[in-house]
Design a protein around this ligand. Structure first.
Ligand code: FAD
Length: 302
Protein backbone atom coordinates (compact mmCIF):
# COMPACT_ATOMS: atom_id res chain seq x y z
CA UNK A 1 0.00 0.00 0.00
CA UNK A 2 1.06 3.55 -0.57
CA UNK A 3 2.44 5.15 2.58
CA UNK A 4 2.96 8.84 1.98
CA UNK A 5 5.31 10.32 4.57
CA UNK A 6 2.79 12.90 5.75
CA UNK A 7 -0.35 10.89 4.95
CA UNK A 8 -3.43 12.67 6.18
CA UNK A 9 -2.18 14.40 9.29
CA UNK A 10 -4.96 15.36 11.72
CA UNK A 11 -3.42 18.75 12.50
CA UNK A 12 -3.82 18.16 16.25
CA UNK A 13 -0.82 20.33 17.05
CA UNK A 14 -0.25 23.72 18.54
CA UNK A 15 2.47 26.05 17.41
CA UNK A 16 4.33 29.17 18.47
CA UNK A 17 6.53 31.43 16.38
CA UNK A 18 9.65 33.36 17.29
CA UNK A 19 10.60 36.64 15.62
CA UNK A 20 13.43 39.12 16.09
CA UNK A 21 12.96 42.89 16.29
CA UNK A 22 13.63 44.59 12.94
CA UNK A 23 16.52 47.01 12.42
CA UNK A 24 15.17 48.96 9.45
CA UNK A 25 11.89 49.88 7.81
CA UNK A 26 12.46 47.24 5.17
CA UNK A 27 13.01 44.57 7.81
CA UNK A 28 9.96 45.83 9.68
CA UNK A 29 7.85 45.32 6.54
CA UNK A 30 9.26 41.79 6.17
CA UNK A 31 8.47 40.98 9.81
CA UNK A 32 4.89 42.19 9.48
CA UNK A 33 4.40 40.28 6.29
CA UNK A 34 5.53 37.14 8.17
CA UNK A 35 3.32 37.85 11.19
CA UNK A 36 0.30 38.52 8.95
CA UNK A 37 0.84 35.27 7.04
CA UNK A 38 1.37 33.14 10.15
CA UNK A 39 -1.37 34.66 12.35
CA UNK A 40 -4.22 32.56 10.83
CA UNK A 41 -2.44 29.43 12.12
CA UNK A 42 -3.56 30.64 15.57
CA UNK A 43 -0.22 30.28 17.40
CA UNK A 44 -0.52 29.89 21.17
CA UNK A 45 1.98 32.75 21.43
CA UNK A 46 4.50 34.65 19.34
CA UNK A 47 7.81 35.57 20.92
CA UNK A 48 10.15 38.45 20.18
CA UNK A 49 13.85 38.09 20.95
CA UNK A 50 16.06 40.47 22.89
CA UNK A 51 19.38 41.38 21.27
CA UNK A 52 22.62 40.33 22.96
CA UNK A 53 23.09 42.25 26.19
CA UNK A 54 19.81 44.13 25.80
CA UNK A 55 20.86 45.94 22.61
CA UNK A 56 17.32 45.74 21.21
CA UNK A 57 15.51 46.80 24.38
CA UNK A 58 13.47 49.56 22.65
CA UNK A 59 12.92 47.62 19.43
CA UNK A 60 11.76 44.49 21.26
CA UNK A 61 9.32 46.61 23.25
CA UNK A 62 8.07 48.42 20.13
CA UNK A 63 7.52 45.13 18.28
CA UNK A 64 5.65 43.56 21.19
CA UNK A 65 3.54 46.72 21.61
CA UNK A 66 2.63 46.68 17.92
CA UNK A 67 1.62 43.01 18.13
CA UNK A 68 -0.75 43.91 20.97
CA UNK A 69 -2.10 46.96 19.13
CA UNK A 70 -2.61 45.43 15.71
CA UNK A 71 -3.21 41.69 16.17
CA UNK A 72 -5.09 39.38 18.48
CA UNK A 73 -1.93 37.38 19.01
CA UNK A 74 -0.43 36.71 22.43
CA UNK A 75 3.10 38.13 22.55
CA UNK A 76 5.93 36.80 24.69
CA UNK A 77 8.82 39.21 25.23
CA UNK A 78 12.29 37.72 25.59
CA UNK A 79 14.34 39.32 28.35
CA UNK A 80 17.94 38.72 29.40
CA UNK A 81 19.59 39.75 32.68
CA UNK A 82 23.24 39.88 31.55
CA UNK A 83 24.70 43.36 32.12
CA UNK A 84 21.57 44.71 33.82
CA UNK A 85 20.83 45.62 37.43
CA UNK A 86 17.71 44.32 39.14
CA UNK A 87 16.36 47.88 39.12
CA UNK A 88 16.75 48.13 35.33
CA UNK A 89 15.00 44.77 34.86
CA UNK A 90 12.20 45.92 37.17
CA UNK A 91 11.67 49.04 35.07
CA UNK A 92 11.51 47.00 31.85
CA UNK A 93 9.08 44.43 33.18
CA UNK A 94 6.83 47.07 34.76
CA UNK A 95 6.57 48.69 31.32
CA UNK A 96 5.70 45.34 29.79
CA UNK A 97 3.11 44.62 32.45
CA UNK A 98 1.52 48.07 31.98
CA UNK A 99 1.47 47.53 28.19
CA UNK A 100 -0.53 44.32 28.68
CA UNK A 101 2.29 41.83 28.16
CA UNK A 102 1.70 38.72 30.26
CA UNK A 103 4.36 36.38 28.90
CA UNK A 104 8.12 36.59 29.26
CA UNK A 105 10.85 34.29 27.92
CA UNK A 106 13.40 34.69 30.72
CA UNK A 107 17.05 34.18 29.84
CA UNK A 108 20.42 34.88 31.27
CA UNK A 109 21.95 35.95 27.95
CA UNK A 110 25.43 35.35 26.59
CA UNK A 111 28.42 37.07 28.17
CA UNK A 112 29.76 39.98 26.08
CA UNK A 113 32.88 39.07 24.06
CA UNK A 114 34.89 41.50 26.25
CA UNK A 115 34.35 39.16 29.21
CA UNK A 116 36.13 36.36 27.35
CA UNK A 117 33.10 34.11 27.18
CA UNK A 118 32.69 33.94 30.94
CA UNK A 119 29.43 35.13 32.51
CA UNK A 120 30.00 37.72 35.21
CA UNK A 121 26.81 38.82 36.94
CA UNK A 122 26.11 42.54 37.19
CA UNK A 123 27.03 43.62 40.77
CA UNK A 124 23.39 44.55 41.41
CA UNK A 125 21.92 42.02 38.99
CA UNK A 126 20.58 38.49 38.73
CA UNK A 127 23.10 35.66 38.85
CA UNK A 128 21.32 33.27 36.45
CA UNK A 129 18.10 32.72 34.53
CA UNK A 130 16.65 30.85 37.53
CA UNK A 131 17.38 33.88 39.70
CA UNK A 132 15.72 36.12 37.08
CA UNK A 133 12.62 33.88 36.98
CA UNK A 134 12.31 34.18 40.77
CA UNK A 135 12.58 37.97 40.51
CA UNK A 136 9.95 38.17 37.76
CA UNK A 137 7.43 35.95 39.55
CA UNK A 138 7.83 37.97 42.73
CA UNK A 139 7.03 41.18 40.84
CA UNK A 140 4.15 40.24 38.51
CA UNK A 141 2.01 37.24 37.66
CA UNK A 142 3.79 36.55 34.38
CA UNK A 143 3.60 33.33 32.39
CA UNK A 144 7.30 32.52 32.04
CA UNK A 145 9.16 30.36 29.54
CA UNK A 146 12.83 29.43 29.88
CA UNK A 147 15.53 27.89 27.70
CA UNK A 148 16.43 24.19 27.69
CA UNK A 149 19.37 22.46 26.03
CA UNK A 150 18.84 18.86 24.82
CA UNK A 151 22.54 18.75 23.88
CA UNK A 152 23.65 20.58 27.06
CA UNK A 153 24.50 24.27 27.40
CA UNK A 154 28.17 24.83 26.48
CA UNK A 155 29.01 26.39 29.88
CA UNK A 156 27.38 23.63 31.94
CA UNK A 157 29.64 21.59 34.22
CA UNK A 158 27.81 18.43 33.15
CA UNK A 159 24.53 17.27 31.60
CA UNK A 160 23.24 16.57 35.13
CA UNK A 161 24.17 20.07 36.34
CA UNK A 162 22.38 21.56 33.34
CA UNK A 163 19.28 19.49 34.07
CA UNK A 164 19.39 20.61 37.72
CA UNK A 165 19.51 24.17 36.40
CA UNK A 166 16.43 23.59 34.24
CA UNK A 167 14.64 22.18 37.28
CA UNK A 168 15.58 25.28 39.29
CA UNK A 169 14.11 27.50 36.57
CA UNK A 170 10.84 25.55 36.55
CA UNK A 171 10.72 25.43 40.35
CA UNK A 172 11.27 29.21 40.44
CA UNK A 173 8.04 29.64 38.50
CA UNK A 174 8.53 28.96 34.79
CA UNK A 175 5.63 27.20 33.04
CA UNK A 176 7.49 25.69 30.11
CA UNK A 177 10.85 25.47 28.42
CA UNK A 178 11.74 26.04 24.78
CA UNK A 179 14.73 24.12 23.50
CA UNK A 180 17.77 25.28 21.71
CA UNK A 181 17.42 24.08 18.13
CA UNK A 182 18.61 20.57 17.36
CA UNK A 183 18.75 18.26 14.37
CA UNK A 184 18.94 14.94 16.19
CA UNK A 185 15.51 13.72 17.31
CA UNK A 186 17.31 11.10 19.40
CA UNK A 187 19.01 13.85 21.38
CA UNK A 188 15.62 15.50 22.02
CA UNK A 189 13.84 12.30 23.07
CA UNK A 190 16.73 11.18 25.30
CA UNK A 191 16.58 14.62 26.92
CA UNK A 192 12.80 14.33 27.48
CA UNK A 193 13.36 11.00 29.26
CA UNK A 194 15.90 12.63 31.59
CA UNK A 195 13.62 15.62 32.15
CA UNK A 196 10.78 13.33 33.24
CA UNK A 197 13.12 11.24 35.39
CA UNK A 198 14.18 14.48 37.11
CA UNK A 199 10.55 15.12 38.00
CA UNK A 200 10.06 18.00 35.58
CA UNK A 201 6.52 17.88 34.20
CA UNK A 202 6.44 21.27 32.44
CA UNK A 203 6.18 21.07 28.63
CA UNK A 204 9.51 21.17 26.78
CA UNK A 205 8.75 22.72 23.38
CA UNK A 206 11.15 21.68 20.63
CA UNK A 207 12.67 24.74 18.95
CA UNK A 208 12.65 24.17 15.20
CA UNK A 209 15.26 26.08 13.22
CA UNK A 210 15.40 25.60 9.47
CA UNK A 211 18.93 25.12 8.19
CA UNK A 212 20.04 28.31 6.48
CA UNK A 213 23.79 27.88 6.57
CA UNK A 214 25.94 25.47 8.53
CA UNK A 215 28.46 28.21 9.24
CA UNK A 216 25.71 30.23 10.95
CA UNK A 217 24.50 27.18 12.88
CA UNK A 218 28.00 26.40 14.13
CA UNK A 219 28.46 30.01 15.19
CA UNK A 220 25.14 30.13 17.03
CA UNK A 221 25.27 26.92 18.96
CA UNK A 222 28.17 25.23 20.62
CA UNK A 223 26.89 21.72 21.19
CA UNK A 224 24.30 21.08 18.50
CA UNK A 225 25.12 17.88 16.64
CA UNK A 226 24.87 18.28 12.88
CA UNK A 227 24.34 14.74 11.58
CA UNK A 228 26.48 13.79 8.60
CA UNK A 229 23.43 12.89 6.51
CA UNK A 230 22.05 16.39 7.05
CA UNK A 231 25.25 18.01 5.88
CA UNK A 232 25.25 15.69 2.86
CA UNK A 233 21.72 16.83 1.99
CA UNK A 234 23.04 20.37 1.53
CA UNK A 235 26.20 19.45 -0.35
CA UNK A 236 26.88 21.84 -3.23
CA UNK A 237 23.98 24.18 -2.41
CA UNK A 238 26.02 27.04 -0.90
CA UNK A 239 25.53 29.21 -3.98
CA UNK A 240 22.00 28.02 -4.78
CA UNK A 241 19.63 29.76 -2.37
CA UNK A 242 16.44 28.58 -4.07
CA UNK A 243 17.10 24.81 -3.92
CA UNK A 244 18.76 25.27 -0.53
CA UNK A 245 15.57 26.79 0.92
CA UNK A 246 13.49 23.91 -0.45
CA UNK A 247 15.89 21.29 0.90
CA UNK A 248 15.91 23.10 4.25
CA UNK A 249 12.11 22.99 4.36
CA UNK A 250 12.12 19.26 3.62
CA UNK A 251 14.74 18.64 6.33
CA UNK A 252 12.77 20.65 8.92
CA UNK A 253 9.47 19.01 7.92
CA UNK A 254 11.08 15.58 8.26
CA UNK A 255 12.37 16.51 11.73
CA UNK A 256 8.90 17.67 12.77
CA UNK A 257 7.26 14.53 11.41
CA UNK A 258 9.61 12.33 13.42
CA UNK A 259 8.89 14.43 16.52
CA UNK A 260 5.16 14.10 15.84
CA UNK A 261 5.47 10.33 15.48
CA UNK A 262 7.25 10.32 18.83
CA UNK A 263 4.29 12.08 20.45
CA UNK A 264 5.20 15.76 20.19
CA UNK A 265 2.20 18.06 19.64
CA UNK A 266 3.66 21.49 20.51
CA UNK A 267 6.17 23.04 18.13
CA UNK A 268 8.09 26.30 18.45
CA UNK A 269 9.47 27.73 15.20
CA UNK A 270 12.47 30.02 14.95
CA UNK A 271 11.04 31.83 11.91
CA UNK A 272 13.90 34.26 11.25
CA UNK A 273 11.04 36.63 10.32
CA UNK A 274 10.03 34.56 7.30
CA UNK A 275 6.68 32.84 7.01
CA UNK A 276 7.11 30.38 4.14
CA UNK A 277 8.97 27.50 5.75
CA UNK A 278 7.10 27.55 9.06
CA UNK A 279 3.79 27.82 7.24
CA UNK A 280 4.64 24.96 4.87
CA UNK A 281 5.69 22.69 7.74
CA UNK A 282 2.51 23.46 9.67
CA UNK A 283 0.50 22.70 6.52
CA UNK A 284 2.29 19.34 6.13
CA UNK A 285 1.57 18.53 9.79
CA UNK A 286 -2.11 19.03 9.00
CA UNK A 287 -2.62 22.43 10.60
CA UNK A 288 -5.03 24.64 8.66
CA UNK A 289 -5.66 28.37 9.02
CA UNK A 290 -8.29 29.53 11.42
CA UNK A 291 -10.76 31.56 9.40
CA UNK A 292 -12.19 33.17 12.50
CA UNK A 293 -10.38 36.26 13.78
CA UNK A 294 -7.81 35.34 16.40
CA UNK A 295 -8.36 37.08 19.69
CA UNK A 296 -7.30 36.36 23.20
CA UNK A 297 -9.66 38.30 25.47
CA UNK A 298 -7.79 37.38 28.64
CA UNK A 299 -4.20 38.12 27.76
CA UNK A 300 -4.89 41.07 25.48
CA UNK A 301 -7.48 42.76 27.66
CA UNK A 302 -5.11 45.26 29.22
P1 FAD B 1 20.96 29.78 32.54
O1 FAD B 1 19.76 28.92 32.63
O2 FAD B 1 21.24 30.70 33.67
O3 FAD B 1 22.21 28.82 32.29
C1 FAD B 1 23.45 29.30 31.84
C2 FAD B 1 24.56 28.32 32.19
O4 FAD B 1 24.90 28.41 33.56
C3 FAD B 1 24.22 26.85 31.93
O5 FAD B 1 25.36 26.19 31.51
C4 FAD B 1 23.78 26.38 33.30
O6 FAD B 1 23.90 24.97 33.44
C5 FAD B 1 24.73 27.15 34.18
N1 FAD B 1 24.20 27.43 35.54
C6 FAD B 1 23.16 28.24 35.86
N2 FAD B 1 22.99 28.29 37.19
C7 FAD B 1 23.96 27.51 37.73
C8 FAD B 1 24.33 27.15 39.06
N3 FAD B 1 23.68 27.64 40.12
N4 FAD B 1 25.37 26.32 39.22
C9 FAD B 1 26.04 25.81 38.18
N5 FAD B 1 25.76 26.13 36.89
C10 FAD B 1 24.73 26.95 36.68
N6 FAD B 1 19.85 35.18 24.09
C11 FAD B 1 19.63 36.51 23.95
O7 FAD B 1 20.54 37.33 24.14
N7 FAD B 1 18.39 37.00 23.59
C12 FAD B 1 17.34 36.17 23.36
O8 FAD B 1 16.23 36.65 23.02
C13 FAD B 1 17.53 34.75 23.49
N8 FAD B 1 16.51 33.89 23.30
C14 FAD B 1 16.72 32.54 23.47
C15 FAD B 1 15.64 31.66 23.32
C16 FAD B 1 15.82 30.29 23.48
C17 FAD B 1 14.62 29.38 23.32
C18 FAD B 1 17.10 29.77 23.79
C19 FAD B 1 17.31 28.30 23.92
C20 FAD B 1 18.18 30.64 23.97
C21 FAD B 1 18.00 32.03 23.81
N9 FAD B 1 19.05 32.93 24.02
C22 FAD B 1 18.83 34.30 23.87
C23 FAD B 1 20.43 32.46 24.33
C24 FAD B 1 20.73 32.42 25.85
O9 FAD B 1 20.73 33.72 26.37
C25 FAD B 1 22.11 31.77 26.03
O10 FAD B 1 22.06 30.41 25.65
C26 FAD B 1 22.76 31.92 27.40
O11 FAD B 1 24.13 31.53 27.30
C27 FAD B 1 22.16 31.07 28.50
O12 FAD B 1 20.94 31.54 28.90
P2 FAD B 1 20.02 30.66 29.89
O13 FAD B 1 18.79 31.45 30.12
O14 FAD B 1 19.87 29.29 29.38
O15 FAD B 1 20.94 30.68 31.21
Amino acid sequence: AELPLFGQMPGDISVSFEFFPPKSEKMEAQLWDAITQLAPLAPSFVSVTYGAGGTTRERTHATVARIIRETGLVPAAHLTCVGASKAEIAEIVDQYWDAGVRRIVALRGDPPPADGGKFVPHPEGYTSAADLVAGLTARHDFDISVAAYPEVHPEALSAEADLDNLKRKIDAGASRAITQFFYSTDAYFRFLDKVLAAGITAPILPGIMPVTSFAAIRRMSGNTEIPGWLEAMFEGLDERPGPRALVAAVAAADLCKRLYDGGVRDFHFYTLNKAEQAYAICQLLGLRPNTKPVTNPVENAA
